[in-house]
Write a protein that binds this ligand. Structure first.
Ligand code: HEC
Ligand code: HEC
Length: 404
């Protein structure tokens, strides 16, 4: 069965972005609650009965426990309850979020993004995350909303706290502007749409909510590890949770600085640019750097190293096909391969500007096998800024419009 799903997905969906069809109404529809209650001719009457019957539009599905990779039947009920209750004390519910001590997110922005979808007469919008994002990214931020299964790559699961398109050192959290950039530009070549038409305040609100879901998810993972994997005493659950929140919050605060992008300029003259492209090509195909191993000698994404997975999917991979099949049952979405970028398409997911490609090669793409080649704290770096500049010009020159 998973094979069938995987085949459909890859043949139907892979190269296309279906953002337009899916956002926002088609995707958010399945999330509006109690649809059967709203059908029929006596709509007004039924609506007034909702409160009485308890079928209220303000009721949200709860945050789901992160069981990814675990055997659900193997987690004792009392551990599930302890973890869920502890998380709820700190982070509240989808309709009524809370901010734990030590987390410095903006409460007003968070409130605007959380909760059910509604608008006020003055145009103010609430429930922004559910309106614009949950259809793909899921209520819990697990990247497994109703639309996710047909998408390649899958929507981001925020709960590991890992983001691909950042300006920060390998292993570091993104800075806020990295997330804002993703919201404004989307991720071309994937289903992630651009939300640049949303008012700035609403963009800020969903960015705040992504961080909230991410912090909550990281806390949950650490709690599950302590309580389920290491069988810590259930009495200690709240204390472990508080410590986990502070650790996760600190990692976000530590990532306040982007690495310098000193190289990301266009060369001064056509002749200089041509030279840069030539140097970049020599480097790209030289055995001294591994680019061609993944991206292919022609830069078309077909290198010899083709069995690649991002960190979210790597966990679904067993040593044998049979193990992989068995593991698949423990995850919400079937295993999905990752493809190195085909530069002949000229489509850059992390942004179109040379400084953005510079950052990708310098810092790598987090959570994926695309390595970091620049210098960063604790890492001497493989390539100089000039070499990275040349590579940027070379990969850009491969696109259909040749960007020269
Ligand atoms: C139609 C589906 C869809 C919708 C709607 C959508 N996303 Fe995404 N989003 C994606 C996909 C797919 C990716 C992963 C792309 C990849 O891995 O390259 C993604 C990735 C992201 C990332 C990760 C960027 C990174 O650097 O790793 C963020 C943050 C994000 N989305 C935020 C949002 C927010 C906020 C909303 C709502 C305002 C939203 N998305 C709505 C599909 C969607
Ligand atoms: C181990 C495999 C591997 C190696 C080696 C590798 N890449 Fe990549 N690269 C990838 C993958 C996979 C992606 C796509 C990641 C994704 O979409 O999540 C990628 C993406 C990229 C992107 C696209 C960024 C964007 O915004 O779309 C650029 C540019 C790039 N690589 C350049 C290079 C260069 C230059 C080298 C050599 C210095 C290199 N890569 C080496 C695997 C690799």
């Amino acid at each position: 069965m998973p094979e069938v799903v995987a085949r459909n997905r890859s043949t139907l969906m892979r190269p296309r972005s279906i953002s337009v069809d899916l956002r926002p109404s088609a995707v958010s529809e399945p999330l509006s609650l109690c649809p059967p209650c709203l059908r029929g001719t006596l709509l007004a009457l039924v609506a007034s009965l909702l409160a009485i019957t308890g079928c209220s539009l303000s009721t949200a599905p709860p945050f789901e426990l992160n069981r990814e990779g675990r055997d659900p039947a193997g987690i004792p009920a009392e551990q599930v309850t302890a973890v869920q209750q502890s998380l709820q004390k700190l982070f509240g519910t989808p309709d009524s979020p809370a901010l734990p001590a030590g987390v410095t997110l903006d409460w007003n922005l968070l409130k605007a993004a959380a909760g059910p979808i509604r608008g006020e007469a003055d145009g103010r919008q609430w429930g922004l995350y559910r309106r614009h994002c949950a259809g793909c990214h899921g209520i819990s931020g697990d990247g497994a909303g109703p639309a996710a299964v047909v998408l390649a790559p899958y929507p981001r699961d925020y709960r590991n706290g890992v983001f691909k398109y950042t300006s920060t050192a390998p292993g570091a959290k993104p800075v806020r502007t990295d997330l804002v950039r993703t919201i404004q530009h989307g991720i071309p070549g994937t289903a992630m749409p651009s939300f640049r038409r949303l008012p700035t305040e609403e963009q800020a609100a969903v960015v705040e909510y992504v961080q909230y879901l991410s912090l909550r998810g990281e806390t949950e993972l650490q709690l599950l590890q302590a309580i389920v994997d290491e069988e810590a005493d259930l009495q200690d659950v709240d204390e472990i949770a508080r410590e986990s929140v502070l650790r996760a919050a600190k990692a976000w605060q530590n990532a306040q600085t982007s690495l310098p992008v000193d190289g990301a300029t266009t060369a001064e003259s056509d002749a200089a640019l041509k030279k840069s492209v030539e140097r970049g090509q020599r480097l790209f195909v030289s055995p001294a750097v591994p680019c061609a191993r993944c991206h292919g000698l022609a830069g078309n994404g077909r290198g010899e190293q083709s069995e690649l997975y991002d960190d979210w999917n790597k966990r679904k991979l067993g040593a044998t096909p049979e193990q992989t099949r068995q593991l698949a049952g423990r995850f919400k979405l079937p295993i999905e391969q990752l493809h190195p970028r085909d530069f002949t398409k000229g489509l850059f997911h992390g942004g179109d500007r040379p400084e953005e490609q510079y950052l990708r090669i310098y810092n790598g793409i987090k959570g994926t096998p695309m390595p970091a080649f620049g210098q960063s704290p604790g890492n001497p770096g493989v390539l100089t800024p000039q070499q990275i500049r040349d590579l940027v010009q070379y990969v850009r020159s491969l696109g259909p419009v040749g960007r020269l």
